[in-house]
Design a protein around this ligand. Structure first.
Ligand SMILES: NC(=O)c1ccc[n+]([C@@H]2O[C@H](COP(=O)([O-])OP(=O)(O)OC[C@H]3O[C@@H](n4cnc5c(N)ncnc54)[C@H](OP(=O)(O)O)[C@@H]3O)[C@@H](O)[C@H]2O)c1
Length: 257
């Protein structure tokens, strides 16, 4: 019997990790709903998806707007009948200094990184619950391990995403819904291109997408990579604050403005 093609929904599919995920899923003949705010870019990605052997649709979707996420979910169910995998990937970077705090920046980062995932869960979980199966992978970050000077908004938004996904994983297992937390290290995309500091173990988005999809297929709870960075992040998480502060001093950590 012919294997059923996967129906996949990806937020933030217009560039970076989301684009790479779309192309990698297309190689697996998936049907993909590509979501982002820039529809022109999404149309370009759809061409690449079709060239790679997949199929799909594009839809303008701002993840900070729950109604956009709901419309996209209704559309995929209407057009494709089911959702096998949802990758809630859309996110933004940006500094977040407490001294001279810029409330608008904090709100934007939280609305995109955290509420973007919450809006995705709110729209997609009822569909998967009805189906009795489905996988939702949310993109957090290895940066969630600790707070860093200048990174309060981003790091705390990702810490919240990790905890949100863990709760969801524990709650939704009984409905056959698998929740996966993805924690990448430094990936070469528009988000990191502005960084002036050295980014250890910087990985390209295509490799990151391959690792993420392999992890999703294996049904891992957490996909943390690259390994040396995942290990460093884990150590960073468990060491006492005094040692963490000493290490920051030792490496002369300087926040970027
Ligand atoms: N790059 C890294 O080193 C790294 C490391 C760890 C985690 N991550 C996480 O990985 C995810 C993807 O990051 P990336 O590096 O691929 O960044 P990117 O190249 O800047 O791409 C971000 C994507 O998110 C979309 N997006 C942003 N705001 C949105 C909104 N309000 N509604 C819908 N889509 C929105 C963008 O599309 P539009 O602008 O067209 O809407 C774009 O497609 C993010 O969650 C990021 O935090 C990245």
């Amino acid at each position: 019997m012919k294997e059923k093609n996967l129906n996949v929904i990806i937020t933030g599919a217009s560039r970076g990790i989301g684009k790479a995920l779309a192309i990698e899923y297309a190689r697996k003949r998936a049907a993909i709903l590509l979501l982002a705010r820039n529809k022109g870019k999404l149309n370009e990605i759809l061409k690449l998806v079709i060239e790679a052997g997949g199929s799909g649709y594009v839809m303008k979707c701002d993840v900070t707007k729950p109604e956009d996420m709901q419309r996209a979910t209704d559309f995929i169910v209407w057009e494709m009948g089911s959702i096998d995998v949802a990758v809630l990937n859309a996110g933004i970077g940006g500094s977040g200094f407490i001294d001279g705090i810029k409330l608008e920046d904090f709100k934007k980062i939280y609305e995109t990184n955290l509420f973007g995932v919450i809006h995705g869960l709110a729209a997609i979980v009822p569909v998967m619950k009805k189906q009795g199966y489905g996988t939702i992978a949310g993109i957090s970050s290895l940066a969630e391990a600790r707070g860093l000077p200048g990174n309060a908004a981003y790091n705390s938004s990702k810490a919240a995403v990790s905890h949100l996904l863990e709760s969801a994983r524990l709650e939704l297992k009984r409905y056959g819904i698998k929740i996966i937390t993805v924690k990448p290290g430094f990936i070469s995309t528009d988000m990191t291109v502005r960084h002036k500091f050295h980014m250890p173990f910087l990985m390209d988005a295509d490799n990151a997408a391959k690792i993420i999809i392999r992890g999703i297929e294996k049904g891992k709870r957490i996909i943390a990579f690259p390994l040396p960075m995942a290990f460093a992040s884990y150590l960073g998480k468990i060491i006492p604050s005094s040692m963490f502060e000493f290490l920051l001093k030792l490496i002369k950590f300087k926040p970027e403005g």
